[in-house]
Structure formats: C-alpha cells, structure tokens
Design a protein around this ligand. Structure first.
Ligand code: NDP
Ligand code: OXD
Length: 307
C-alpha cells in the first residue's frame, strides 16, 4: 500500500515520521507532481487539482481538518471518498476559544484592563447573563461541544442546524423556517457552519441586522461566510457592539484590510482549533486500517451536501 501526503508549505517531515510509525508496513511519500507513484490514499490539506488529476487510483482522500471546502472546490471523481477530520482534539479547543471570546465580551474584560492601565480602580456594573443569549450556527462536531460548554457557564444558548436536533438545555432551531427566530433571539452569534453553496455569505447585512441590538459576532468557521463590508457597516452604525474574527476571506489577512485597525474587532490568525498531529495521525491510521479490512468509517463527506 502507498500513501502520499500533500500539505502546502515546507516538507511535512514530522507528519511523515508519525505516519510511518503508525502504519509501519506501508510505503509513504510526500507528494511531488510527476514524481510520486500511484497511491492508494492521500492525506491532504488544500491539495492542488494536479494531485487529483494525477493520482487516479486513490481509494480515499483524508483531510487533516474538519472543513472540506478546500477539497470540494476541486473537480473530483464522483466515487472518490473524501474523509474529514472528526474532532481529533479540535472540539475542546474550539470550546475554549469561543467561551473565552464570549466571556471576554460579556464581562467587559477589555474595558476593565484598559481602565487599570490608565491607573483607574473602577468597578463596572455587572451585566446580566439573561441579556446575552448566545446562538450557535452549526450543531455538528464542533458546534455541539461549543453549545454545551457555553451552557455550563449558564448563558442562555440557542442552536441552528439544517436538520432538527435535540441538545439538553439548548433551544434548537433548524432550516430556513427556524432561522428568523434563531437570529431574533440571539445577541452573541457564533458561526460554526461548513462553507457550502448554501452558507456562503450567510453573515450579511440582512441576517446580522436581525440580531438583538448590541449584537456580537464570533466567526470561527470560514471567512467567506461573512460579507466584510456588511459587518463594518453594522459595527459603525452601532447595531453590532463588536466581533471576534478568526477566519478571513483571504488568509493571511491583507495588510491594507479595514479589519486590522477597527477598534471593535478582535482578530486571531485562524487559530481557534488547530489540527493536532498525533491525534490526527492516530485517527487517520485507524480509519485506513478499517477501510482495508472492509469496515465502514465515520467522517465520509457527502459531496452533494457539501460537508
Ligand atoms: P460538522 O459537519 O460536524 O457540522 C456542521 C453543522 O452545520 C451541522 O450541524 C449541519 O447541520 C450544519 N449545517 C450545514 N449546512 C447548513 C445549512 N445550510 N443550514 C443550517 N445548518 C447547516 O462540522 P464541524 O462542526 O466539524 O465543523 C464546522 C466548521 O468549522 C468546519 O466546516 C470548518 O469550516 C470550521 N472549522 C474552523 C476551524 C478554525 O480553526 N477556525 C477549525 C475546525 C473547523 P446538520 O446537523 O443538520 O447536518
Ligand atoms: C479546519 C480548520 O477546517 O482548521 O479543520 O479550519
């Protein structure tokens, strides 16, 4: 069996060594156009079309992330299995990141720290949790973990997904019919949707204007979910109090982008839930073993749905 690895950037030698240790009887390569033997499996992040065109014997493509938008935009053979990363240590990181962002905003920690830096020992009037309902868009692997974590801090939590869901203590909405009520009941919006034809540009002037006044947006999914100019307009009009943005249409965020200097934005460099090498190798290796012994695996993407 041959497995090829293809990530952008420097040669992933640590990954190669990790996979060799996990699957000792398998031959591995770091993919190089025109030089790699026909592989049975590829482990990828944002692969080029050339890999798909050249590697015509692949049984499956393993993504080292949860979002598969970087793969599904390629032209793929219809029977090629695309397998997403299934948590592998990401959901706990996402829960930490989102809870931190929500709590930082709700407890006004930035204002508290700024006052201390000015030498002011000043208390702020406590805000009420019930005035800060948090709405989580996307109740999948990450969204569900985030909704439960937020609930443990006793925020009112709403959720929105494509199909109906039940999560203890979370007010779940679904589909187009549930979207309006979800938005109207939300003050802090957390986006954890996959990027698909249906969800691209979903955070726009019309939808964000439906959030409660003083709304706050946390985008940890994909930059193309958000219409940048619409967010800026609603921040400047005062309808939105701020936003924490971890993902951007273009990454790295271009130097001249208006987001950099905006006082109501908190920016991070696509770092809310990192791929963890050991957990990822273990998960992919065990799925390859399962496929080779004819078993079904979790995390196979439905290309028509887009996630
Ligand atoms: P899942 O596929 O497990 O969950 C996706 C959720 O979105 C599901 O609940 C699904 O509904 C819902 N959904 C999909 N389409 C729609 C729609 N049109 N309307 C309403 N709901 C919809 O994904 P994960 O939770 O694992 O990951 C979510 C995204 O997070 C990834 O796709 C990726 O883009 C992003 N991500 C970002 C990271 C970062 O570091 N910033 C790290 C990891 C992931 P249903 O349950 O009904 O199918
Ligand atoms: C992912 C990501 O999709 O890191 O896993 O963005």
């Amino acid at each position: 069996m041959h497995i090829t690895i293809c990530f952008p950037g420097p040669k992933p030698l640590g990954w190669l060594a990790g996979f060799q240790a996990a699957l000792p009887n398998v031959e591995f390569s770091i993919w190089s156009q025109g030089e790699t033997p026909m592989a049975d499996y590829a482990v990828v992040w944002s692969p080029p079309q050339a890999l798909i065109d050249e590697q015509v014997q692949l049984k499956a493509l393993f993504n080292i992330g949860a979002g598969v938008d970087g793969i599904l935009k390629l032209s793929l053979p219809p029977d090629l299995k695309v397998v997403r990363l299934d948590d592998a240590g990401m959901s706990v990181q996402m829960a930490e990141f989102v809870c931190h962002a929500v709590i930082r905003h709700f407890r006004e920690f930035d204002q508290v720290e700024a006052a201390m830096q000015r030498g002011e020992w000043a208390f702020r009037k406590p805000l009420l949790r019930r005035d800060f309902p948090v709405g989580v868009m996307g109740l999948g692997v990450l969204g569900t973990r985030v909704a439960k974590a937020l609930q443990s801090f006793e925020f009112p939590v709403l959720g929105w997904s494509r199909s109906a869901k039940t999560i203890d203590g979370v007010h779940c909405h679904h589909g187009d019919e549930g979207f309006k009520d979800f938005l109207a009941g939300t003050r802090v919006l957390v986006n954890l949707l996959p990027l698909t034809a249906e969800t691209e540009n979903i955070l726009n002037r019309e939808t964000l204007a439906q959030l409660m006044p003083g709304g706050y947006v946390i985008n940890v999914a994909r930059g193309a979910h958000l219409v940048d100019e619409d967010l800026l307009a609603l921040l400047d009009s005062g309808h939105l109090a701020g936003a924490a943005l971890d993902v951007f249409r273009e990454e790295p965020l271009p130097k001249e982008h208006a987001f950099w200097a905006h006082p109501k934005l908190q920016l991070t460099p696509h770092t809310s839930a990192r791929t963890l090498r050991d957990e990822t190798i273990e998960q992919i290796a065990s799925k390859i073993r399962a496929l080779e012994s004819g078993q079904a695996i979790a995390g196979v993407v439905d290309a028509t749905r887009g996630y």
